[in-house]
Design a binder for this molecule. Structure first.
Ligand code: GLN
Length: 484
């Protein structure tokens, strides 16, 4: 049998169910490899000994009916995990141990999954490179000093380096798809309302969604099936008939209509991204799909709209961190002094920048000019997609305008950092599902991703298209163990 940590989630499930390997063997293998991964800095908190105990318990009383039978999984440190420290990558939550479990992690546990640890991320999920984390940057296992993308950078790095078979991240403006693209992994952001936000540390509530990052499309479909559920505890959770995504996965996409939006051909986009996109178009054609040119005319406004809506919601969500209710507190001479010291010492630079932008655009004199206007433009962006979906079943675009960049390269230039999300944010603003799959490499050998955007609640179609393309592309991730 091939090395345990190289196996995909579906292989591990099969091998555990057929008793070829035990949950303890699997868990120990991932724990051992994770223990050697300090250089990657992918973990904030490990839960290794508890995970091995749980695996032993599973093996003593196995239940092979479950969808994740004794499978160890590390998750982004934005999901509240009962009794296990949850930091959101911030100093202000560095001592926070939740007394409740997020719904998506609970769904994983209910299906036999075992929590292996909490993975590094940008502070409060604000970032595109995992450099804003209080716990330090994460390395991309592809090459030293390369960012793994963000904000789910610990998650993408951990999957690419085989520290965990799969993981869950969150995506507010691209934080699942962009890191997946930078590390040669698959990342899926579900339709807004598919996966419960209960127990996820909030960044921008109208945009945040949890979703899987995995080695291949099949594994993403298995994990989505587990985490997607209607939840009364989240007032924006939506009740709809969820597919058995992995069972209904097919590579037959004959006759599907795939839109190519002309506005995604942005100025200054490297030729290799253009080429990759063209190849992607050829692949879907070979699979029998039909290509249709479409227009999403308000695409240009997506990024500025996002950088008003997201900070506005963040500034409101982050008001709760005041040193009183939970988390870090810096003592002050009086209450106001304590608030001020706690928040100035507890939050990092990027978070403060967002809070300032957010409070500015929500302030009484500017609300109409910025926030209200942004909400109107958001509607227009959504309408563009609605219109496109009268003609096509899905849309194919690049995932990011570049491959992974060097650590430190963009830290002093927030705008250039924000530009990374140019192809991913429109999807969040419109609440749609999107998946990034590895589709090739650039000249340096760094992975590049293609994104497939779907109709609301039609995750199955984008999974099927991704599955068919994956077969054609035959991407092999080139990860060496330089970091061990
Ligand atoms: N990079 C984007 C931001 O910093 C998106 C982050 C995310 O999706 N959580 O806001």
């Amino acid at each position: 049998m091939s090395n345990i940590t190289n196996q995909t989630l579906s292989e591990l499930i099969k091998n555990i169910k057929s008793k070829k390997i035990s949950s303890t063997e699997v868990t120990k293998a991932f724990v051992e490899r994770s223990e050697k991964s300090k250089k990657l800095n992918a973990y904030i908190t490990d839960n290794f000994s508890s995970a091995i105990k749980k695996a032993k318990n599973f093996d003593e009383k196995p239940n092979f009916e479950l969808k994740l039978p004794g499978i160890p999984i590390a998750v982004k440190d934005l999901f509240c995990t009962n009794g296990v420290k949850t930091t959101a990558g911030s100093k202000i939550l560095n001592n926070f141990i939740p007394s409740y479990e997020s719904t998506v992690t609970q769904n994983i546990l209910d299906q036999g999954g075992i929590l292996m640890g909490k993975l590094n991320c940008d502070e409060f999920a604000m970032g595109s490179s995992n450099e804003t984390s209080f716990f330090g940057n994460v390395q991309n296992p592809i090459k030293e000093n390369l960012v793994p993308g963000g904000s789910s950078g610990g998650s993408s790095s951990a999957v690419a380096a085989n520290l965990t078979p799969v993981t869950i991240g969150t995506d507010t403006g691209g934080s699942i798809r962009q890191p997946a693209s930078f590390t040669g992994t698959v990342g899926l952001k579900p339709t807004y309302g598919s996966c419960s936000r209960y127990g996820i540390v909030a960044f921008a509530s109208s945009l945040d969604q949890a979703g899987p990052i995995s080695k291949n499309v099949k594994d993403a479909s298995i994990l989505l099936e587990v985490i997607s559920s209607f939840d009364k505890k989240d007032s924006t959770s939506i009740e709809f008939k969820r597919n058995q995504y992995s069972e209904e996965l097919t590579n037959n996409i004959k006759g599907k209509k795939i839109g190519i939006p002309k506005e995604y051909r942005v100025e200054g986009m490297p030729q290799e991204i253009e080429d990759l996109w063209r190849k992607g178009i050829e692949y879907v054609k070979e699979c029998g799909a039909e290509i249709i040119d479409i227009s999403l005319p308000h695409t240009n406004y997506a990024l500025p709209t996002y950088y008003i809506v997201a900070p506005a919601e963040a500034s409101s969500n982050l008001a709760r961190y005041d040193g009183v209710k939970y988390g870090f507190r810096s003592p002050g001479e009086n209450l106001i002094d304590m608030y001020e010291k706690t928040r100035s010492e507890g939050f990092g630079e990027e978070v403060k920048r967002r809070i300032m932008i957010g409070t500015y655009v929500l302030s009484s004199g500017y609300y109409d000019a910025y926030y209200l206007k942004a909400q109107k433009v958001r509607q227009l962006i959504k309408k563009d997609f609605d219109e496109a979906y009268t003609k096509v079943d899905a849309i194919l675009t690049p995932s990011t305008p570049s491959s992974a960049f060097k650590i430190g390269e963009k830290t002093n230039d927030p705008v250039s950092m924000y530009l990374n999300d140019i192809f991913t944010v429109p999807v969040n603003l419109a609440g749609l599902p999107g998946i990034s799959i590895p589709a090739g490499t650039d000249q340096k050998g760094y992975p590049l991703g293609l994104q497939i955007i779907g109709k609301p609640f039609d995750e199955q179609t984008i999974l099927n298209i991704a599955y068919s393309m994956e077969e054609k592309i035959g991407f092999k991730n080139q990860i060496t163990d330089w970091w061990i």
